[in-house]
Design a protein around this ligand. Sequence first.
Ligand code: SF4
Length: 346
Amino acid sequence: MSFENQLVKWYINNKRDLPWRENKDPYRVWISEIILQQTRVVQGTKYYNKFIKKFPNIQSLASSKESEVLNIWKGLGYYNRAINLHKSSQYIISNLDGKFPETYYDIIKLKGVGDYTASAISSICFNEFNPVVDGNVLRLLSRYYGLKTPIDSLKAQRKIKEIGQKLINKTNNPGDFNQAMMEFGSLVCSPFPDCESCAFSSKCIAFNKKEVEIIPVKSKKKKSKERFFNYIVCIDNNYNTMVNKRLSKDIWYKLNEFPLIESKREIKNITTLPEFKEFTKSKSIVINEEKYKKERIKHILSHQILYITFHHLSIDQDISQGVHLSKLNKYNFPVPITNFINKLLI
Ligand code: SF4
């Protein structure tokens, strides 16, 4: 039996029972594919179930507020994905009569949808012959064909796409073939594969050349960027504090935070910093330095390491338009700030 047909047969017998596989509703497949980018299936399934319960269809998602979508997304990271889902649902309602697009070329026009997601949806839901290329597929095919071009290069991704296209064209069910490649790469040809019991071992080049441990090849990893965030948590006598919204295209876009001063290195005493002096002047507040406390945490993102210090400060003036501490849970803060708030409110 050919590689592609054997792979599909394996998938039919071994696929996991996952909620978005219950039917081929493109809305549900779309949501699952976006959630599963950068997220493991176990964690992604919990978010998927929560998301579908709250927004069971395009109409309910489009008519919701962006803050409600961000609230469901809280903790998943990459918040732009949630914002794009929301925008795209409104685009589908206003421009496509509420009907999910049915071809690769129309699906890829949705905000936040790239080649991978458009290939997955168009093959699974509309039977189009577009191969997916994700981390699992790159690992499986580069091992099976013995490719040593670094998989994080465009050249390798193009080559794998080409191979995938030839394979998928020979199958009867492109959706099952794509899911088979991803499922096999995730469950069998994993980073630590069980090659002895793999049905493809006799033809797998990496296995036969004893190169499974070196393929897929990756180019040198870039060092994560280190950033130093100083949050000013001022609390007045009425237990009000200040909350801002992040509006620059950066991490945590459109989420809330306390007033922030980002510095080049760690700050021992924020009250000596010129930016802090400017901040207190602009807000007409005076800090009670005797009650100054700080708490430092390290938070790791995929390409950044954040050293976050919460500078906890008491002030005697009333904060105008402040937010009462008991109302902070109504805002969408990123996880490390939410954790800090939970401790603050105990
Ligand atoms: S033999 Fe090992 S490396 Fe080759 S396809 Fe199977 S699991 Fe992957």
